[in-house]
Design a protein around this ligand. Structure first.
Ligand code: ADP
Length: 334
C-alpha cells in the first residue's frame, strides 16, 4: 500500500485532530503517503486536498475542531457525486479512504463504496456516541466534561437562589451525554429520548419529583437535564409549561455548541489515537467497509453498514441508578 486519504465529515468532535495525527504517523511509519481532503466530502468532489506529513500534525493532539475542517455535503447523496469522487480518488492513486465522522458520514462511506473499487474505512467521530459497534466515539468524553463544567456552575447559582433549572444538552437523538452528565453532576432528573414515553406522563413525573424534593429537602435547587430534540420548543418551552403547572420559577439554559469544542480530554485522545493507528493497519490488511471501534478496551473492526441498523442502548445499570435508586420520590427514609 502506498497512498491513503483521510477526511473529517459532519459534526466535528474533539479528538478528530488526535485521530488525524495517529493516521499520519502510523502511515508514515509503514511508508504510506497520506492525503488529507478538506471540508468533508466537498473536498473529495472539488479535489481540495493537501499532503499530510508528520510536520503537519505536530502540536495538534490537544486542539479541538479539525485541521481538515468539516462540512456537510448534501449533494454527496447522488450517484453522480459518488462517481466523481471515485474518479478523483483514482486520479490521485488513492487505495483507501478513511472517514472520521458520525452515522451520516458512514452512510456516505457506503454510498461511495457502491461506486469505487478502493477500500473505505469509517472512524467514529461524534460527541453523540450514537454509533452501534463501539463502546464510545471520539469526542464523547470531552462533551460530557464540557457539559458537566457548565452544569456545576448552574448548580451554584441554582443553590444560592433555590431555583429550578432545566439544562439542555446535545446528543442529536440519543441520551448518552444527557445521562452521563446528569449522573456526574448529581442532577435531580433527566429527560432523554431512550427513557421518555408520553410527554404528559413525563411532565407529571417531574412534578412528582419536584414535590417530593420540596417535602424532603424544603426549598432547594432542582436541576433537570434535557436532551436536545426531545421536548417540543426545547427547555424554554418546558420551563414555561412547568411554571404554569407548579407556579414555581423555572429557568432554561441551553448549552449548545460549546459542547462540540475544547481541548479533548485524555480518554478521547487515547481512543482517537488507537482508532487512527488501527484504521491504517486494517487498510494495510486489505479491509474495507468496516468501522474501527473499541469494545471492552479492545480495538475491533465492525461492518460499517451495521453501525446504524441497531440503536445503541444506554448502560442499563446507569439508567437504574439515576432513574430508580436516586429518585427522590421513591426514597422512603427521612
Ligand atoms: P454526521 O456524520 O455527524 O452524522 P451528517 O448526518 O450531517 O453528520 O452527515 C455528514 C455528511 O455525510 C452529509 O453532509 C453527506 O455529505 C454525507 N451523507 C449523509 N447521509 C448520506 C447518504 N445517505 N448518502 C451519501 N452521503 C451521505
Amino acid at each position: 500500500m502506498q497512498k491513503i486519504a483521510v477526511l473529517t465529515s459532519g459534526g466535528d468532535a474533539p479528538g478528530m485532530n488526535a485521530c488525524i495525527r495517529a493516521i499520519v504517523l502510523t502511515a508514515e511509519h509503514f511508508g504510506i503517503q497520506v492525503i488529507g481532503y478538506k471540508h468533508g466530502y466537498n473536498g473529495l468532489l472539488e479535489q481540495e486536498y493537501q499532503v499530510l506529513k508528520a510536520s503537519n500534525v505536530s502540536n495538534i493532539i490537544q486542539r479541538g475542531g479539525t485541521i481538515l475542517r468539516s462540512a456537510r455535503c448534501l449533494n454527496f447523496k447522488s450517484d453522480v457525486s459518488a462517481k466523481l469522487a471515485a474518479k478523483n480518488l483514482n486520479a490521485l492513486g488513492i487505495e483507501a479512504l478513511l472517514v472520521i465522522g458520525g452515522d451520516g458520514s458512514f452512510h456516505g462511506v457506503c454510498h461511495l463504496a457502491a461506486h469505487w473499487q478502493g477500500q473505505v474505512i469509517g472512524l467514529p467521530g461524534t460527541i453523540d456516541n450514537d454509533i452501534f459497534g463501539t463502546d464510545a466515539t471520539i469526542g464523547y468524553f470531552t462533551a460530557i466534561e464540557t457539559a458537566l463544567e457548565s452544569i456545576d456552575k448552574v448548580r451554584d447559582t441554582a443553590d444560592a437562589f433555590e431555583r429550578i433549572f432545566l439544562v439542555e444538552v446535545m446528543g442529536r437523538h440519543a441520551g448518552f451525554i444527557g445521562l452521563s452528565a446528569a449522573l456526574a453532576s448529581a442532577s435531580d432528573h433527566v429527560l432523554v429520548p431512550e427513557l421518555c414515553g408520553d410527554l404528559n406522563v413525563e411532565l407529571d413525573n417531574i412534578v412528582l419529583r419536584l414535590n417530593a424534593s420540596m417535602q424532603k429537602r424544603g426549598n432547594s435547587s432542582f436541576i433537570i437535564i434535557v436532551a436536545e430534540n426531545l421536548w417540543p420548543g426545547g427547555v424554554t418551552n418546558l420551563a414555561q409549561v412547568l411554571h404554569e403547572k407548579t407556579n414555581l420559577e423555572c429557568r432554561p439554559v441551553i448549552l449548545g455548541h460549546v459542547q462540540r469544542g475544547g481541548s479533548p480530554v485524555s480518554q478521547d485522545r487515547i481512543l482517537a489515537t488507537k482508532l487512527g493507528a488501527y484504521a491504517v493497519e486494517q487498510a494495510m490488511a486489505g479491509k474495507s467497509q468496516i468501522m474501527v471501534g473499541e469494545q471492552n478496551n479492545k480495538v475491533v473492526a465492525y461492518p460499517i453498514e451495521l453501525t446504524w441498523q441497531q440503536r445503541k442502548p444506554l448502560d442499563p445499570y446507569l439508567v437504574e441508578i439515576q432513574q430508580d435508586f436516586f429518585d427522590i420520590s421513591k426514597i422512603t427514609q427521612a
